[in-house]
Design a protein around this ligand. Sequence first.
Ligand code: FAD
Length: 393
Amino acid sequence: MSTQIDTDCVIVGGGPAGLMLALMLARQGIDVTVAEKHADFLRDFRGDTIHPSTQELLLQLGLLDEFLARPHNDMSRVTLSWQGTELTLADFTRLPTHRKVMTFMPQWDFLDLLAGSASRHPGFHLLRSTQVDGLITERGRVVGVTGTAPEGDVVVRAQLVVDASGRDSDVRAAAGLTQVGSAAAMDVLWFRLARRAGETYPFIQAGDGMIITIDRGDFFQIAHVIPAGSWTGSVDDLDRMRKRVARISPRMTDPVAAVAVSDVHVLRVRLERLRRWYTEGMLCIGDSAHAMSPAGGVGINLAIQDAVATARLLGPVLKVRAPVGRDLHLVQRRRTWPVWITQFVQRRIQGQLIASREPGAALPFALRMLRDHPRLAYLTGRFVGLGARPESM
Ligand SMILES: Cc1cc2nc3c(=O)[nH]c(=O)nc-3n(C[C@H](O)[C@H](O)[C@H](O)COP(=O)(O)OP(=O)(O)OC[C@H]3O[C@@H](n4cnc5c(N)ncnc54)[C@H](O)[C@@H]3O)c2cc1C
């Protein structure tokens, strides 16, 4: 049996970009349907960072109190421990925002908040467990998507298709949109470490590669940055990883010894962007338009800011007609520069993140600058906390 849906805007993917856009369009009274392939938002391989600028948006949306009522941790400064030298990488305390902190919240909680808020608007529809597998094209224009759900096939026709299905999007490929860019110089190993009561680690520890530690209460989520392609999943790789982690963070020696190959997930980092973010009837936003590296932890913020710009520029158009190429181009024009500059910075810092150094080696240049001129951390705080071009409603 196939389900037929007519809507103003169909969004492929219920990640940060897709759900924020859906919420903002639904608030404008636009009928919006999100197709998300998973049944829930419980995925591990995502950042947990909610930036000060995103919290400013939540304030504008009247959602900040609801957001803060969920379990979270705040960080006013991003600190780094480099072979015993403690540095502040980014300082948020002087940002011109209501909340001057980066907040850590499991992404499923954040997405749940957005979906819950959007569902208060009658125009919002979320199709869970619905995987989009094709585009409907008529007279050279994308006019909808096809997909599969547990109940059968789904056909959604819309004035606008937005692809927010992330960096591995099949949808943009089906539309003939191609990326430029390359694999990044690094991969990320993602695993959990047991946490003893009261135990803490610096957020970032570096020296021979880098370890980011996210405190999830009963365990630590570890992101360990390594040179690209250096993990094949062999026992030798595991042994090397354990030794490297122990060198960077001697206190992790015992917990990391308990990690097995099957506990380690490798994330191949890519730094890419589309030449053209749209075709007639369809626009890509978020990681689908520009796969970001985890360096600096800014991908979610960029994805959300794409969504805000899209809702602001295309919401009023959708109320009266189907957006055409030049409307979609305005979104690309607005968002290309922040993506370009962010990827440029990510490329520049990734070498520092994976550099292998002997104990006692000199601090890299960028870290020396931050050590010698601590006020620079306000600038980096601005870049990380607000993004290169913050968007507001
Ligand atoms: C290891 C790692 C760590 C990171 N850490 C951080 C961090 O700390 N902070 C930060 O800001 N950024 C981080 N990032 C980047 C961040 O995860 C992304 O930039 C961000 O998630 C992009 O959001 P999005 O909504 O565009 O896409 P996604 O978050 O990828 O969401 C896409 C959604 O689409 C769904 N989907 C995919 N295909 C289909 C389909 N065919 N049909 C229906 N649904 C589909 C997926 O299930 C998913 O829910 C990290 C990235 C990596 C790889």
